[in-house]
Design a binder for this molecule. Structure first.
Ligand code: NIG
Ligand code: FE
Length: 390
């Protein structure tokens, strides 16, 4: 594969403050990019672009880094239409619905689970997502959790062990026994297939002490923590995440001042998942408060059949701008560079020299249209590792 020049880009978002307008998005108008060997070799004004083996004309379209979806639950079977319908008639969301998906997932063949996963990955790719994280959590036995991670690892390096999603129905009367399994035999079987360890720290799932036990056991096996924290209620999840230097505290819907301060002062990214609030008719996380305090914010889909059945990062950007107090610039940054930070990656989420050549070409002159034109399929093309993928 030789070098490729993408020229006549309307607005290029590089996320490199050293480039372009000097803001966090490193925006360049009338721009061009050179891709070589799967990475970005050059970014700048089209008028200054070097020659390349191949030339693509973007015809004034905007180019953004491929979206980094740092939180999804895509190894599952079945759907929960009935539960969604009941919610839209006034029923409230609870973690208990997870059991429905656990039953369907256990009953599914490996082939069916993988086909379902690739279906949603393809859906996400067509909406501009070039990197995604995904988790176990709908198996809740040693064998079912390990197989979920094995299947996920065939499609992404960002694999998360979430044996502690809820207490397995098989241990309904013995939650301590389930935590012992998750931190013992299940962890041993799962750790080789995962990079991250996660826990749903919430009423009806795992309390602070249980969550700490799960995360520290995973860390002892070399996994890096991330936490489902403060989604449905105030709780200890965010503080625990920051204390353990977790890569990310995810959801962050119900935060105290101390939670916000902790996120602002630590390395833990606050990952907001507006698809979940949309689909559970819950109160929106306050992105503005987090940003004003100085926290790093990521946006992600949380794609799962229960609380957030969307694979669309553009939809999440639009919600975050409309309902969470983010500007379009902030939301696009959070869906790209923010996601990369939540995955502790420096090679993605930006389009400056040395970065992976993962990019999304929009059928629009600027990235702002992602929020300005909600619900419109604006993804014109997607390049992954320097090759056209869509
Ligand atoms: O992130 N919060 C816990 N887990 C998922 C929901 C899973 C489900 O309802 O199936 C979430 O929203
Ligand atoms: Fe989740």
């Amino acid at each position: 594969m030789g070098s490729t020049l993408i020229t006549r880009i309307g607005t290029l978002v590089t996320n490199d403050p050293a480039l372009g307008d000097g803001g966090p998005l490193g925006r360049i108008e009338d721009a061009a990019l050179v891709l070589d060997g799967g990475t970005v070799a050059w970014a700048g004004r089209a008028a200054d672009a070097p020659a390349a083996d191949e030339v693509h004309d973007a015809e004034g379209r905007a180019v953004v880094p491929g979206f980094v979806d740092s939180h999804s639950h895509l190894v599952f079977a079945g759907d929960r239409t009935a539960e969604f319908n009941a919610r839209m008639s006034g029923r409230s969301y609870s973690a208990g619905g997870i059991r429905t998906t656990v039953a369907a997932t256990r009953a599914a063949s490996d082939e069916a689970l993988e086909a379902n996963l690739t279906h949603y990955l393809d859906e996400a790719l067509h909406q501009g997502t070039t990197t995604f994280e995904t988790k176990s959590g709908y198996g809740l036995t040693v064998a079912d959790e390990a197989r979920a991670l094995r299947i996920a690892a065939r499609h992404t390096e960002e694999v998360t062990y979430l044996g502690a999603h809820i207490v397995s129905p098989d241990y309904a009367d013995d939650p301590a026994g389930y935590v012992a399994l998750v931190t013992g035999e299940m962890l041993d079987a799962c750790a080789p297939h995962a990079r991250w360890v996660d826990v749903f720290c919430e009423k009806g799932a795992f309390d602070g002490d249980q969550a700490r036990a799960v995360l520290t056991a995973g860390m002892a096996k070399g996994l890096v923590p991330r936490v489902h924290a403060n989604q449905l209620t105030h709780g200890p999840g965010v503080q625990l995440a920051v204390e353990l230097d977790a890569a990310s505290a995810d959801h962050c819907t119900h935060l105290t001042r101390a939670d916000v301060d902790a996120l602002a002062s630590g390395n833990t990214v606050a990952t907001l998942l507006p698809g979940a609030e949309f689909s559970t008719r819950a109160e929106w996380p306050d992105a503005r408060r987090l940003l004003d305090a100085g926290a790093t914010v990521a946006l992600s889909t949380d794609c799962n059949p229960g609380s957030s059945f969307t694979s669309s990062m553009p939809f999440c950007i639009a919600l975050a701008v409309r309902d969470m107090g983010m500007t379009p610039d902030e939301a696009v940054w959070s869906a790209t560079a923010g996601g990369a930070a939540a995955l502790r990656r420096t090679d993605i989420g930006r389009l400056s020299p040395g970065a992976r050549a993962d990019l999304t070409v929009l059928d629009a002159p600027s990235h702002v249209h992602l929020a300005y034109r909600p619900g419109v399929p604006l993804v014109h093309a997607v390049w992954r590792r320097g090759a056209r993928a869509v």
